[in-house]
Design a protein around this ligand. Structure first.
Ligand code: ADP
Ligand code: MG
Length: 314
């Protein structure tokens, strides 16, 4: 009940991008390699990513398409918001974004294609990059519009992805504000900044991959149930079981309707009881009025509460 009450006061909704507004099912759109051949590069990527649960890593394994022999991979390290490093057949492999390449001190080539770029370094040398792209979830655009109609004043998208991709998704969906190139800690910082600015409550919606701390920090954390990680479900206050962003607007409308009914019932019950108390003192109340003030008010309050069932689903 406390989450329902907080949800009814939400004025700002902050979204994570990958897996929340987008499907998190990336297609490989291009492989730009130097001297190593394309299939070999994809094999290194898929093997290095074999232990990660990030949507990107699952997509790379799917693109590789062959069973993965985990015994060939050792020393796996996942750097959240950056990528992974591992040893494949004893050769060191790094797969991740430009931040990872900078951290490892490996010069990389930029890519003009629009998409999420996975830079690859094999044996300490730059080996090329894989361009992958994601699609937005069906009805995500309507979900944002429905939130505004339900009384939410501001929608924000936070992502660790590059600006080009983030801006394209944000303008497609009609999100008010977008911040890109964020590490998990930067997402917490941004949410804290938003918490200071706003007057109502703030909800964060994420899949828990690289954003579990933000789920905890927001006034109310909402996780994707199917795609989301166990950490997300653990950290969140509300779980959307079918991952549909449109369910959030329904939850907000339900919470607002519920809170309205709660207050109607509280005021109605107290007012009737106070009135009958006064009538009792002046000697004007009889037994039947007393029965009405007790059981009658109870039945009317229950009937009023049942109106919560009538909230339209769309
Ligand atoms: P989002 O905020 O959109 O959910 P993340 O914070 O999960 O994105 O990731 C941000 C970026 O970090 C990704 O776009 C990708 O470039 C890189 N990255 C994160 N995890 C991995 C991984 N397992 N393999 C490769 N790159 C990764
Ligand atoms: Mg994410």
């Amino acid at each position: 009940s406390n989450y329902l009450e907080t949800l009814s006061q939400v004025k700002t909704v902050v979204y994570d991008k990958t897996g929340t507004l987008t499907k998190g099912v990336f297609e490989v759109t291009a492989v730009h390699h130097s001297d190593m051949d394309e299939q070999k590069l994809l094999e290194y990527a898929a093997l290095a990513e074999c232990a990660s649960s990030h949507p990107i890593s699952k997509s790379l394994q799917r693109a590789y398409g062959r069973p993965i022999d985990r015994s060939r991979v050792t020393d796996v390290q996942e750097l959240s918001g950056r990528g992974v490093t591992a040893k494949v057949d004893g050769v060191s492999v790094a797969a991740g974004n430009s931040k990872l390449m900078e951290q490892l001190g490996i010069p990389y080539h930029d890519c003009r294609s629009v998409g999420t770029i996975i830079h690859m370094a094999v044996d300490g040398r730059y080996a090329g990059h894989i361009v992958i792209s994601d699609v937005v979830k069906p009805h995500a655009k309507e979900a944002i519009a429905a939130l505004h109609r339900a009384g939410v004043e501001k929608t924000v998208m936070l992502t660790g992805d590059v600006k080009k991709v983030a801006d394209a998704v944000a303008s497609e969906l009609g999100v008010d504000e977008v911040h890109s190139d964020l590490l998990p800690a930067d997402k917490v910082g941004k949410v804290e900044e938003l918490l200071r600015q706003q007057h109502g409550k703030l909800a964060f919606v994420g899949d828990g991959i690289n954003d579990a701390p933000v789920l905890m920090r927001a006034d109310i954390g909402i996780a994707m149930g199917a795609l989301g990680s166990d950490a997300a479900i653990e950290a969140a206050d509300i779980v959307l079981m079918d991952d549909a962003p449109s369910k959030l607007a329904l939850a907000v409308r339900l919470s607002r309707r519920t809170m309205k009914i709660v207050w109607q019932n509280v005021i109605f019950a107290l007012a009737v009881k106070a009135l009958v108390l006064v009538l009792g003192a002046t000697g004007d109340a009889n037994m039947w009025i007393a029965v009405f003030a007790d059981v009658g008010v109870l039945v009317l309050a229950i009937l009023n509460a049942m109106r919560a069932l009538l909230v339209p689903k769309h």
